[in-house]
Design a binder for this molecule. Sequence first.
Ligand code: SME
Length: 155
Amino acid sequence: MNKTEKYAEVAKEIAAVIENEPNLTARMATISSVLHHAFDHYLWTGFYLVDAEKRDELIIGPYQGTLGCLRIPFGKGVCGTAAATKETQIVDDVHAFPGHIPCDARSESEIVVPVFDDLGDLIAVFDVDSDRKAMFDDTDRQGLESILKALFSTP
Ligand code: SME
């Protein structure tokens, strides 16, 4: 099975689990867990949420992996850049990314996808790190962007 097919299969599995569950935390936890265990190149997988109190800061959300840092200001590191620009970031070598925040020292490459609610407002970013360089490409971006849209699709 190629990576595109694998993302399609994972999307179906996630949809089946969250189908009758509207709670956003439950949906985010499901997405993190199923994706994390589906792909060998995933080392750290999870959400940073736009903080309701400080709207220019991200706060840790549901994730799988070693301890993540709790807060990331908009504009800082890969997650903060995705939040500030509202654009997916694919980083082949995190050590070459200015301001990268090393939470898990094994992290070598990363993808961060902004997450919008159905009004188009940024509510979170979804961060995946790999322990190998250049592990994320446009197939990961498309697969993740499509799965993350399912967060708000009502049954
Ligand atoms: N690598 C991220 C920080 C978060 S963790 O890796 C969990 C970044 O620079 O945005």
